[in-house]
Design a protein around this ligand. Structure first.
Ligand SMILES: [Zn+2]
Length: 190
């Protein structure tokens, strides 16, 4: 699908441009991803808003292996259920209508058929590291300014910082977000 391809290409680009300037004391570097950090890509295309979140699984779960105890399995289900309600941690002003909310979760979940589970990938270059990705699409009203508060820091304690990049109103921008500075403002150049 063309749009999905565009998002993937933009994410790839964002990965190449991303500079590792994290100073988080407990962040672990291992090439593929850094625990505590995540990437968000936002694209506003006319009245369609696309947000992709790419995060190490550990930020959401507190561990990064396949859940095996009942407690871990239960937690994994809760995390996926939360991610399927993206309106809870992307607060958009003026409000937009959620159109699509898909979660790419790296582990099998039992008794679950409502979401897409991906078990391919993530096993070659970074055996013990797994990413979760979230793709959300909203339909917005025509506007000159859109504010997006990324409240994921409140929802999941494992996030120290998020590198957000956005393409909107014919311009491109980026910012490092944290729990004290979590708002992205999309607006045309002055
Ligand atoms: Zn990892």
């Amino acid at each position: 699908m063309k749009r999905k391809y565009l998002l993937q290409a933009a994410l790839l680009l964002s990965g190449l441009l991303c500079t590792p300037f994290s100073t988080a004391a407990n962040a672990q570097e291992h090439g593929a991803h850094t625990h505590g950090e995540a990437d968000v890509l936002i694209i506003l295309e006319s009245t369609s808003l696309f947000i992709t979140l790419e995060s190490p699984a550990v930020n959401l779960l507190g561990f990064e292996h396949a859940p095996h105890t009942n407690k871990q399995k239960q937690l994994a289900k809760e995390v996926v259920a939360k991610l399927q309600k993206a309106e809870h941690f992307f607060a958009i002003t003026p409000a937009c209508v959620l159109k699509n909310n898909s979660v790419d979760f790296p582990f099998e979940l039992e008794n679950t058929s409502t979401h897409h589970v991906s078990t391919n990938g993530n096993h070659t270059s970074k055996e013990h590291h797994h990413d979760v990705s979230l793709n959300v699409e909203w339909q917005c009203k025509r506007t000159k300014k859109l504010e997006i508060d990324i409240k994921i820091f409140e929802e999941f304690k494992g996030f120290n910082s998020i590198t957000a990049q956005w393409i909107a109103f014919d311009r491109q921008n980026a910012a490092k977000l944290n729990k004290h500075n979590s708002v992205v403002i999309l607006e045309p150049a002055q």
